[in-house]
Design a protein around this ligand. Structure first.
Ligand SMILES: Cc1cc2nc3c(=O)[nH]c(=O)nc-3n(C[C@H](O)[C@H](O)[C@H](O)COP(=O)(O)OP(=O)(O)OC[C@H]3O[C@@H](n4cnc5c(N)ncnc54)[C@H](O)[C@@H]3O)c2cc1C
Length: 352
């Protein structure tokens, strides 16, 4: 239990000492790369708008960087009231120490009710830094923020590997939350707004940084996080043994796919825990999800709904995954995967 938050089991009827929403507004942090707003930040905007509507407050996006003012125009269609822009040539790359210093200068005099971050590399770094600096309540990886008729806030998140759910009552504002933006759907506003742009003048002290970004390297598609990959191959209990993963990795290299899987596959230690897809893992939204030897339990399928095309490989024609798949290849994945690799290699063989 933290000094600023109180955790109780959802099942108990212990009254929650919930935070009175005495803050002003729901803020969210906008991420961007290569002159483009991150898609997750657009989904976060919709989440911020929904919460602000329940609180009867305004929504504000914060963007920090070099030459970023032009990026905030997209947020009008998400019903965002205003954007705070902090621009400086020294802010071209993300540096946690500098960004948190800037954010705290913006937040302290305004004390918003809620500040949302994507549970991304940057959000996961920045949100706890800000919470520590402001002595605010942080709920990492929340699944839902509830606001009751009296405008009191409670937050839910999965705990104990998803076997239980915590209900957390922050005791003071702002509440800082991170969320897997893949679990959010894009929510454009019914009535778009003319987002007011507010240029903030803040003290920028890059010298506080203890880190420096030297270079960005393009990731190997097979190593990309499953929630960010364009193509995902999922493996389940049907893989049989870890040795059979070699053939899956070969196919993944040919397809440029990231490998994930079911809880059975992570429990068997065939793939790393962070590659688990499902209720207690990641939500995925690839163009193609190749589901191999996974039965299709709802704990898994609820996180694959956003996949554009779902192709199942399963030896059981009646496996539950059949109801959800767009296409099903019925047979032994140990035979089908090498054959797929061989045929795809033929198709994508460079012309001689
Ligand atoms: C609280 C809770 C949270 C959970 N969270 C998650 C979660 O986040 N993610 C998740 O995935 N699960 C989760 N689970 C577990 C989930 O309920 C299922 O048990 C799990 O998804 C099953 O994994 P599976 O499909 O790999 O294995 P199985 O259900 O055993 O299915 C194996 C499938 O492989 C097929 N098969 C077998 N051999 C072959 C072969 N040679 N070739 C082709 N097909 C073959 C079989 O026909 C079968 O359909 C959770 C459960 C609980 C209780």
């Amino acid at each position: 239990m933290s000094e600023h938050g109180e955790i109780t089991s959802q099942e108990t009827d212990v009254p929650l000492n919930r935070m009175e929403t005495n803050g002003t507004g729901v803020w969210f942090f906008i991420e961007h790369k290569d002159d483009e707003v991150d898609e997750g930040s657009l989904k976060l905007a919709g989440e911020a708008r929904l919460l602000a509507d329940k609180l009867g407050q305004e929504t504000t996006g914060i963007i920090i960087g070099s030459g970023v003012e032009g990026l905030v125009g997209r947020f009008g269609s998400y019903g965002i009231d205003s954007a705070i822009v902090v621009e400086d040539d020294r802010l071209g790359s993300y540096i946690g120490e500098t960004y948190v210093d800037i954010l705290s200068q913006l937040v302290e005099p305004n004390r918003p009710s809620i500040i949302l971050f994507a549970a991304s590399t940057i959000g996961n770094d920045l949100a706890p830094r800000l919470a520590a600096k402001l002595e605010a309540a942080l709920v990492a990886n929340y699944t839902e923020i509830e606001i009751d008729k009296e405008r009191k806030i409670t937050v839910r998140k999965a705990i104990y590997g998803g076997n239980a759910q915590a209900t957390i009552a922050p005791l003071r504002s702002p509440l800082i939350g991170t969320i897997d933006t893949q679990s959010l759907s894009e929510q454009k506003a019914k009535s778009p707004k003319d987002t007011r742009v507010r240029k903030a003048s803040v003290r920028i002290e890059p010298k506080t940084s203890t880190t420096k970004i030297i270079d960005y390297l393009r990731a190997d598609p097979c190593a990309v996080c499953v929630s960010e990959a364009e193509i995902v191959i999922g493996v389940g209990k049907g893989l049989g043994c870890v040795e059979n993963l070699d053939a899956v990795e070969e196919l993944a290299r040919v397809m440029g796919a990231s490998i994930g899987g079911s809880r059975r596959a992570t429990d068997e230690r065939w793939i790393a825990d962070e590659r688990r897809i499902g209720l207690t893992g990641k939500t995925i939204t690839p163009r193609l999800y190749l589901v191999c030897g996974i039965s299709g339990a709802f704990h898994h399928t609820l996180s694959i709904k956003g996949a554009n095309l779902k192709v199942a490989v399963n030896k059981d024609v009646n496996a539950p995954i059949a109801k959800m798949a767009d296409l099903m290849i019925v047979g032994d994945m140990q035979e089908i995967i090498p054959e797929l690799t061989k045929q795809l290699r033929e198709i994508i063989k460079p012309a001689t």
